[in-house]
Write a protein that binds this ligand. Structure first.
Ligand code: IPM
Ligand code: MN
Length: 353
């Protein structure tokens, strides 16, 4: 009996639809080999739709998407729309409405990929950042006082509940156990300055670790030091857990150490609900329609999605195919310098799964 997965595909803006298409191509090739079926449905959420209709996201979008097994997202962000409108109105709104409280971002250097870190290779860079995805400075708490006057005050507050912190930590501890590598979970915080929010994180971290995860080693790093060690000694890390804002920042640093936005993928995960997988880069408007953007990040996001859906072997096949292509085919991961076009890179991976 064949397993069927219903997937919502939100291509989004700029090069988003192009990379999502290649991810779908690879997923279809994988499905054929691994005895599952995909039922895909496209959604046109994004800048074009907003400019045409004035609506950022239909009111029922989250309810509609909840009916699927997972969501594959291309990219959100349009040059003709003021920054923030689409990002907050589509990407963040879906993350919040679907309560995707984990942003899972693997940092893994594949063979053949040029690494900007001196003397570091694939054996040194293989860890996962668990970024909390609902709270912190992203909570929306804050506002202006006397806006536009010389005395204007702007406030934006980091907000975390114990519940939010606990569920994120639990996911991270479980992941460190499941990976079974160094069995180490590093909390990335700022307990020397953010003495409320990261005090809460640190207490929760040690309480949960001592009680339920004695087999997992606990480490703590301030966020600034984390950045330093991610460059100097990335091999120290196994799983890093952190709040939303620090997680946003350190995962861009992590991405560049694994070859950049052409390869970095992430998952917005609700372990009890519907999750959404995306390349972590933007919509790259200047490359739109030129068939030069690198689709590997979207393809890897598709692989993460299949792993999340329980298709471990399919996910491994996709990762292995991507590694074959980075090791043996591509000249570079950068848009326009791969030695192949977007669709050809999709073909190369698809014929290897
Ligand atoms: C990311 C992005 C988003 C974020 C933006 C586009 C809202 O930078 O997914 O990392 O800050 O989370
Ligand atoms: Mn980001």
């Amino acid at each position: 009996m064949s397993r069927t997965y219903r997937i919502a595909v939100v291509g989004g803006d700029g090069t988003g639809p192009e990379v999502a298409r290649e991810a779908v191509k690879v997923l279809q090739a994988t499905a054929a080999k691994h005895a599952f079926k995909l039922e895909l449905q496209d959604y046109d959420f994004g800048g074009e739709r907003y400019l045409r209709t004035g609506e950022v996201l239909p009111a029922n979008a989250a309810d509609e998407l909840r009916k699927f097994d997972a969501i594959l997202l291309g990219a959100i962000g349009h040059p003709d729309v003021k920054p923030g409108i689409l990002e907050k109105g589509i990407l963040l709104k879906l993350r919040f409405d679907l309560d995707q409280y984990i942003n899972l971002r693997p940092v893994k250097l594949y063979p053949g990929v040029e690494c900007p870190l001196k003397d570091k290779g694939p054996e040194h860079i293989d860890y996962v950042v668990v970024r909390e995805n609902t709270g912190d400075l992203y909570s929306g708490a804050g506002g202006f006082n006397m806006r536009g006057s010389p005395h204007e005050v702007a406030i934006q507050t980091s907000v975390y509940s114990r519940h939010q912190v606990d569920r994120c930590l639990r996911y991270a501890f479980d992941l460190a156990r499941r990976r079974g590598k160094k069995k180490t979970l590093a909390l990335c915080g700022k307990t020397n300055v953010l003495t409320y929010v990261y005090d809460l994180w640190e207490r929760a971290f040690h309480e949960m670790g001592a009680k339920d995860y004695p087999d997992i080693k606990r480490e703590y790093y301030h966020v600034d030091a984390t950045c330093m060690w991610m460059v100097k000694n990335p091999e120290w890390f196994d799983v890093i857990v952190t709040g939303n804002m620090f997680g946003d920042i350190i995962t861009d640093l992590g991405a560049i150490t694994q070859g950049g936005m052409g390869i970095a993928a992430g998952g917005n995960i609700n372990p009890e609900g519907v999750s959404m997988f995306e390349p972590i880069g933007g919509s790259a408007p200047k490359y739109t329609g030129k068939n030069v953007i690198n689709p590997l990040a979207a393809i890897c996001a598709g692989g993460m999605m299949m792993k999340h859906l329980g298709e471990e072997r399919a996910a491994e096949a996709i990762e292995k195919a991507v590694m074959d292509v980075t090791a043996g085919k591509l000249k570079s991961l950068a848009a326009g310098r791969m030695g192949y076009g977007t669709t050809e890179v999709g073909d190369l991976v698809a014929e290897r799964v």
